[in-house]
Structure formats: C-alpha cells, structure tokens
Design a protein. Sequence first.
Length: 199
Amino acid sequence: MNKKDKRSRKTVSAIQSTLLELLCTKKVREIKIVDLCTAADINRTTFYLHYSGIEDVLEELRHEITERIFENIDELADFNRPKNPMPFLNVCTDILESYPHFADFVRMASDADIFLSKLKQQFSQSICRHYLESCTSRLENAVYVFRFLTSGVLDTYTEWLKSDRSVSFDSILSECAPIVAAGQEILAKNAADNPERQN
C-alpha cells in the first residue's frame, strides 16, 4: 500500500469516508468537489493534492482495499498447500468494515453495485496473479475459479449487509468456508497432478 505520512493518511481517510457517506444519498455524478470538501472540512487545494476528481477517490479506495488484504496473503493463503480459509475471509471482512460508512454505502448507494463489481474484478485479478506467481504449476482456467470465489464471497457479504443482520456474518462465513476450501483444493490438486508445468 502507498505509505502516506500520518497527516496525509488522515486527509485521505476523511475524503474517502465523506464520499462514502455522501454516496448514500447522491449519485457519483451529482457530487461536486466543493460539496465533498465542505463536508470533509478540507479546502479544494488539499483535495487536488491527492485526487483529480471524485472517480479517483473511488478508484484509490478499491486499490487500497485490495492492497491491504494482500499485505498478509502469503501467511493466510498458500495455494500449494491449502489452509483453512476462515482467517483470510475474516481479514477481508475486517478490512471492509474498517472504512466508516462502507456498510451504509453498500446498503443505500445507487452506485454501490458498480463499485463492488470493479472491486470484485480487481480482487480476483490480484489473487489470480498471486497464484500464478507463487505456484510452480497452475490451473489453466484459474482466473474463472477466482472470479467465482471472489464474487460468491463478496456478494454474500453485501447481501448480509443489506439484511437485518440478525445472523452473525461469522456464522455465514463458517457455512460458506467449505466452498472456498473446495476451490483451494481444486487449485492445489492441479499443481499435484501437473508437476512438470513450471512458471
């Protein structure tokens, strides 16, 4: 992740959080930078030090979420030797929940589906790239397996956010974890069945 100094990080967090909050009641195209700056209590010059426009904020947010999740990917997901997927799934949801207004944004924003679709694409591409780099042998259609798993987990999480949340998400994850584990087994089995294929 891009390492920013503490002050810059605080400013970026304020911009991200404020934008997510504004998106609960407005579409992206309806939000003016001056309104975002007023709500975030920053001036426009400060905004333009970090971003060139509203879409840039959302793009960096997706990139940041993906980078934060992948900071500890090697410890949490070994594609050559599958592990219990729960720790990795919990890291993913913990990171999403660390963003103020993210849950409200998913539940209420008319632009949330576009954001989440791009996040799924970015995440599945990143995890597939990691898989291809870390495995000596690879499943030819791995990108589709990762897209299936990523979409399934993120769609389940967003569906839960839109519900009354009477059931804990941990319990839902526990029920879905065997599906993710089965996907990991498919990816790992290919490596065992095709030892001659190299990077």
